[in-house]
Design a binder for this molecule. Structure first.
Ligand code: B3K
Ligand code: ZN
Length: 900
């Protein structure tokens, strides 16, 4: 494959230069054939008058070039590697026509970038640089053109022909050689960068609905799937309708197309893609039925459908000038999808649950990234392979940066800023600076506007800042002085950091757990009544009118993506756990208490304690579980111990086996000590309003599932058969996938003998449901390790007739669940997990570099590992790096991992 050729080039943000040519229109004609698709590309170009005249260099990859014409006549050209270079183009600024005829082989496209075939249907994926695999082009986001697309194909095999925009013509093809063939012509009324181009051709059916927007315009919304899947599209379509309504209501942004389509494919490298008017989705984020999808699946579908739809404005109407600006669209659009999901919640508690879940992702995935070899700023400065920078930093930390802007200017101020952003930049390809400037300019009196250059360090400096907080109560002066000090650890290429601008939302609790009124000595230092703005290395904030020592509740709602360090006593944390009016910090207090115990047991000398938990902690947890008014969903989150990866991040040297042993011991202890409470929780929630849809019922299902897991864990210790038996019964009788899968997972994760039987039955029930089989594989590969039993199980799963390494969802279900999400099983003292990992990275890289590069990141944090893990991991990475024919994708990841 051609991606192995040539030297590795580093692309740098500082080298950005505008394109020497503009492409105004593109007229594409496709003759679709899996073995050999013909692409006729007729473009109108003109020189960019602002750039000194130079050759036209068109990107291409894996294309067969047949013909190049300029203004209808043959022309000289040369190839520079895969780049098509045209030197003798018409001079002057007049537009000229360029016609390029190429062919490609979609059925051989295993990378799933460009034009490919999945189950007999054609799909495209062009972001970031896949369009060059379809035709020669200026494959960069700042070149925006108007597209006309004609698709021609066999009518019987490909009855549905879709592309961006509006269908303007369709019919049967005539003439010799065209028997049984038809065509469709699509015109996209909006200019767009080529990464938003899409086509789909196949035998599909659609669920559709018409909606009328506020302006009175009618739109047709469609969800296309394969024949048998139509019954599973209701939720995706209703999520799309909700997205359309929400974006109008919250941001005044209406759908700008007559027709908006979603198409699902089971072969897709990521979640979904926001192609203009023709979103292409992984089936995982479209298909759902009560029988096959869990509550989490339903929630994910809603948020991904929203995310892609919201890109229509934040990404498509206003796009990125270059790929370094990726967070301009991704951070902002994640923020928007998070707000969408929160706004759909009907209770404040459900909103808080969503916020906790989002923060959990940030802390368990992004914080490690920001501390490891792949750490990069939200707006990176350089890359080898841009696909490696679709990261939790660009997405989730980027969303936190936007959220901090909203916190600093308020919700209304943020809306004003968004309005100004669209007013200024609609139809343009812009930068993160442009976005921040618009939000600041619309709010000239805000702290954001006053300190914009300081705030923008969030875009340029990598690493997770650490805020150390110290509180001092002065009884005589009736003051409470909070000292906040910040620092940020070095990251690759960035040794010294300047202070960040950090909004710290605060509360002070009295002895009864009530919020004290907040009054600062310097009144102006309090933004929106509860937010301190830290922008220097160290600052003091003096609260007045305080009569007794309060318990501080800092960083409420997780107001900034930082690590907050504060020496609160157990009693103070238990006070917050019992009373904090901020649900996020209430949850956080429980996490801190648990973390403290985990770290103590891990760091103690000798064998780890079998009972790391004390009565105070257990009673605190019991009080949460039995609480009369807290939501079940919140309880489930509060009783979930911090993840092994999160615990590991708090340690300088990590023994993954010890982390696993200690966390399992804590789980076992909670299972046994709260046995009667888990029974109560199960009885109270399992069929009491747990059946319906909606967040409240979902919370009950989640807590019921947790109770079963705990009861099965306890049964393992006590050898009593009742709860495993009831769990198996529930598994069999469940009326929905959430309950069924939770019961199955309770049996598997507690290592019950009944698990084998249940797994077999589950497979037989769902053998034709690909997405359910993914869960079946993932559950087994992600199960807690007992005596090294998971790796042999994983190897066995790879030989299962239903396992297909080339299908990204299936590959992820086994390999990622094992290598990235099951540290206790992956990090083996005999290094066999690492050897397995290196084999699979190399094997997958040969046909799909993007998926391989994701898997390659599983060992990012190897330098933190204790011996013998550290040396063994290094050796495994070095073994991958030693391969001479790696893709740039994997090469970049392993090179960075091995760098000093
Ligand atoms: N923009 C796409 C991601 C494309 C990934 C390319 N490697 C999906 C999204 O963020 O909405
Ligand atoms: Zn996105």
């Amino acid at each position: 494959m051609t991606f192995r050729e040539g030297p590795v080039t580093i692309v740098r943000r500082e080298d950005y230069a505008p394109p020497p040519f503009w492409i105004d229109t593109v007229d594409l004609v496709f003759d679709l054939d899996p073995a050999k698709t013909r692409v006729l590309n007729r473009m109108r170009l003109r020189r960019n008058p602002d750039v000194a005249p130079q050759a036209l260099r068109l990107d291409g990859e894996d294309l067969n070039l047949a013909r190049v014409l300029v203004n209808g006549a043959g022309t000289s050209f040369r190839m520079d590697g895969q780049t098509l270079v045209l030197e003798n183009l018409p001079e002057g600024n007049d537009p000229f026509e360029l016609e390029i005829f190429t062919t490609c082989a979609p059925e051989k496209n295993t990378q799933l970038m460009g034009l490919y075939v999945s189950q007999g249907t054609f799909f495209t994926q062009c972001e970031a640089e896949g369009f060059r695999r379809i035709t020669y082009f200026l494959d960069r986001p700042d070149v925006m053109a108007s597209y006309t697309v004609t698709l021609r194909a066999d009518k019987r095999q490909y009855p549905v022909l879709l592309s961006n925009g509006n269908l303007v013509e369709s019919g049967d093809l005539e003439g010799p050689g065209n028997e049984g063939r038809h065509y469709a012509k699509w015109v996209d009324p909006h200019r767009k960068p080529c990464y938003l181009f899409a086509l789909v051709a196949g035998n599909l059916v659609a669920r559709e609905q018409r909606v009328v927007s506020r302006s009175g315009r009618e739109h047709l919304l469609q969800v296309y799937v394969r024949q048998g899947d139509l019954g599973k599209t209701e939720h995706a379509l209703s999520s799309l309708v909700k997205s359309v309504i929400w974006d109008e209501a919250r941001f005044g942004l209406s759908l700008d197309l007559d027709r908006f389509m979603i198409v699902a494919t089971s072969d897709f490298n990521m979640g979904a893609m926001e192609n203009k008017g023709l979103n292409i989705f992984n089936t995982k984020y479209v298909l759902a039925s009560q029988a096959t999808a869990t509550d989490t699946d339903y929630a994910n579908i809603e948020s991904v459908v929203g995310h892609e739809y919201f890109h229509n404005w934040t990404g498509n109407r206003i796009t990125c000038r270059d790929w370094f600006q990726l967070s301009l669209k991704e951070g902002l659009t994640v923020f928007r999808d998070q707000e969408f999901s929160m706004d759909l919640c009907t209770t404040p508690s459900a909103r808080a649950v969503k916020r906790i879940e989002d923060v959990r992702v940030l802390r368990t995935a992004q914080f490690p990234e920001d501390a490891g070899p792949m750490a990069h700023p939200v707006r990176p400065d350089s890359y080898v392979e841009i696909n490696n920078f679709y990261t939790v930093t660009v997405y989730e930390k980027g969303a936190e940066v936007v959220r901090m802007m909203q916190t600093l200017v308020g919700r209304e101020g943020f809306r004003r800023g968004m309005d100004l952003y669209f007013q200024r930049h609609d139809g343009q390809a812009v930068t993160c600076d442009d976005f921040a400037q618009a939000i600041a300019d619309a709010n000239p009196d805000s702290e954001l506007a006053r300190q914009l250059p300081v705030f923008k360090r969030w875009y340029s400096q990598a690493g997770t800042p650490r805020v150390q907080a110290r509180g001092e109560f002065d009884a005589a002066a009736h003051t409470y002085t909070l000292t906040l000090t910040q620092s940020c650890p070095p990251t690759p290429g960035q040794a010294d950091k300047q202070p960040f601008l950090i909004p710290v939302a605060v509360g002070l609790l009295d002895a009864h757990g009530r919020d004290l009124p907040l009054q600062l000595q310097d009144a102006a230092a309090l933004t929106h009544g509860n937010t301190l703005v830290l922008s220097q290395a160290s600052q003091q904030f003096v609260f007045t009118g305080i009569d007794a020592e309060p318990v501080p509740s800092l960083l409420r709602g997780f107001s900034a993506p930082v690590v907050l360090a504060m020496d609160l006593s157990d009693a103070q944390l238990l006070h917050l756990l019992a009373h904090d009016s901020d649900p996020f910090n209430r949850w956080e207090a429980g996490q801190r208490l648990a973390l403290r115990r985990a770290l103590a047991a891990i760091q103690a000398d000798g064998a780890p304690a079998t009972e790391p938990l004390d009565a105070g902690f257990i009673e605190g947890m019991r009080a949460v579980l039995r609480h009369p008014t807290l939501d079940a969903a919140f309880k489930e989150l509060a009783l979930t111990l911090p993840a092994e990866s999160y615990i590991a991040e708090q340690l300088d040297v990590v023994d993954p086996q010890r982390v696993h042993t200690v966390r399992e011991a804590m789980r076992r202890q909670l299972a046994l000590a709260l046995h009667a409470d888990w029974v109560w929780a199960y009885e109270e929630h399992h069929d009491n309003g747990a059946a319906g849809p909606g967040a409240l019922s979902a919370g009950r299902r989640a807590l019921t599932g947790m109770a079963l897991t705990m009861l099965c864990l306890a049964a393992r210790e006590t050898n009593e058969p009742i709860w495993p038996g009831r769990t198996y019964q529930r598994f069999k009788d469940a009326g929905n996938m959430t309950d069924r899968f939770n019961a199955l997972s309770a049996l598997v994760s507690s290592g019950q003998p009944l698990a084998a039987q249940a797994l077999e039955r589950f497979h037989a029930m769902f053998k034709d449901e690909a997405l359910v089989l993914d869960k079946w594989f993932a559950l087994q590969a992600g199960a807690p390790d007992r005596g090294g039993d998971i790796l042999p199980r994983v190897r066995q799963l790879l030989t299962h007739p239903d396992f297909h390494l080339r299908n990204p969802n299936r590959a992820r279900s086994v390999l990622f669940s094992y290598c990235s999400a099951n540290p206790g099983a992956f990090h083996r003292p005999d290094a066999a997990g690492y050897v397995f990992w290196s084999e699979k990275v190399v094997e997958i890289d040969a046909f799909n570099p993007q998926v391989a590069a994701r898997l390659a990141r599983a060992l990012d944090r190897w330098k933190k590992l204790a011996e013998p893990y550290r040396s063994a991991a290094r050796e495994a990475i070095a073994r991958v790096a030693a391969k001479s024919d790696l893709s740039n994708d994997v090469r970049e990841v392993v090179t960075r991992a091995l760098a000093d």
